[in-house]
Design a binder for this molecule. Structure first.
Ligand code: PLP
Length: 419
């Protein structure tokens, strides 16, 4: 019999296979210093475009103060135990109420993490006769949540409403044949890689033809979209038709945790049945108090979202003027599509970091097809005009080098930290 570990040490997987040359540089890099537009990378200042610190809250003095004060008062332990058993507080309930009101829903439940929370929500609400219809480019937490779903699922082509309708027809036919079960549609509010908004308004319109409920993961829309920052439903005028609205606190709120908002009876059901919360410790108090403050700032300081969008538009318009392909983004997420293979892409990233002081993330095969590269830039309210101009200029020069074959290397440059 084989040792179960044997295969693991032979091959670290599609990403891990590059570990020897990339640890600490292309993967697991260490950004140091205060979180913001400029940070330290290997003792050099870089302009950072990799953090979902959309509103610039991560290092805002008001946020730092509330986090520190709450930590001093409560420590990280309180409250101990799961919410249901011994880990509930008035602050947890206050945050839930405020989130529900902000998202124009009857109730909300806190989740310790977004990834776990979505998975566990799918597990809690879908039974074996239920059918899930979901977007092909859904985040891993949705895909992994579906692994827990014992019933059928139908995937529709990314943001293709016609195909969504086709899958709803199949799902409806199956539900009718079974004589039981219901349908849940799941999509993202903003797709985090390409930055395109989910076609929520059109999907909601399908409710006039089909019977289904809609769950939206709005991790990237919460705080960035809509007049009040309420997210994609607010931006597209269909919040009331989103049955379950989800966001993490890990992006606009620059914190940890997540929430799900919806009808009171359903959120209450979830409260008593969501395994990731029932069998896990409650969010610690500094996070709850810190998230209350962040939500208050998100609601009352529109200048943060305005600045974010001003920066995003300058960056996106500048890239388009320079002839870059930024795809179909209609959010602040800014992808730059280029052609090249993995070694080329990493050589260009290295040049950007070492010689131009630009730190951004790249997405390559196997996440996207071979021969394609996506540079993903996340503008924030903390960036300034100089950051944007220097970045545009750096991309212009390095793209010329890429096209001229200057980054044609055999292998990923060896930039690994000693381990
Ligand atoms: C769309 C989406 N959903 C869920 C998550 C997971 O959130 P968390 O970091 O709170 O687990 C993320 C974050 O990466 C995300 O982008």
């Amino acid at each position: 019999m084989a040792d179960i570990f044997e295969k693991l040490v032979k091959h670290y997987g599609p990403i891990g296979q590059h570990a020897d040359r990339s640890y600490g540089y292309f993967m697991f890099p260490k950004l140091e210093g205060e979180i913001g537009n400029r940070m330290q990378f290997r003792n050099k200042e870089v302009i950072v475009w990799s953090l979902n610190n959309y509103l610039g809250l991560a290092n805002h003095p008001m946020v730092r103060k509330i986090d520190a004060d709450a930590s001093e008062e409560f420590g990280l332990a309180y409250p101990m135990g799961a919410r249901m058993m011994s880990g509930n507080t008035n602050y947890h309930e206050k945050l839930e109420k405020e989130l529900a009101t902000f998202e124009e829903k009857e109730d909300a439940i806190l989740l310790n993490y977004g990834y776990q929370g979505i998975m566990s929500t799918i597990d809690a609400i879908c039974g074996r006769h239920d059918i899930v219809v979901y977007d092909a480019e859904s985040h891993a937490c949705i895909i992994d949540g579906l692994r827990l779903h014992p019933g059928h699922r139908y995937v529709y082509k990314h943001n293709d409403v016609e195909d969504c309708e086709k899958q709803l027809q199949r799902a409806t036919a199956l539900v009718e044949k079974q004589g039981r079960g219901g349908i849940l549609v799941i999509t993202e509010g903003v797709f985090g890689m390409a930055g395109d908004q989910g076609k929520l308004k059109e999907i909601c319109a399908l409710k006039s033809k089909f019977e289904f409920r809609l769950l939206v993961d709005d991790a990237h829309g919460f705080g960035t979209l809509g007049e009040r920052g309420g997210g994609v439903g607010e931006a597209q005028g269909c919040q009331a038709d989103i049955d379950l609205y989800f966001s993490t606190f890990a992006k606009s709120m620059a914190s940890i945790g997540a929430f799900l908002a919806g009808p009171k009876v359903i959120i209450d059901f979830i409260r008593y049945n969501i395994r990731s919360q029932i069998f896990a410790k409650s969010l610690p108090m500094p996070l709850v108090i810190g998230n209350l403050k962040r939500l208050d700032m998100l609601r009352t300081m529109p200048e943060l979202k305005n600045k974010l969008w001003e920066n995003a538009m300058k960056l996106q318009n500048g890239l388009k003027e320079y002839g870059f392909d930024i795809g179909n983004t209609d959010s602040v997420v800014t992808p730059i599509y280029m052609k090249g293979d993995v070694p080329e892409a990493t050589a260009m990233v290295m040049d950007l970091r070492e010689n131009y002081g630009i730190f951004c993330s790249i997405v390559v095969y196997p996440v996207i097809p071979k021969g394609h590269i996506i540079y993903r830039l996340i503008p924030t309210a903390a960036h300034n005009d100089e950051d944007i101009q220097r970045t545009l200029d750096a991309f212009k020069i390095t793209k010329e080098k890429l096209d001229a074959g200057a980054y044609n290397v055999e292998a990923i440059p060896n930039m690994a930290d000693a381990r």
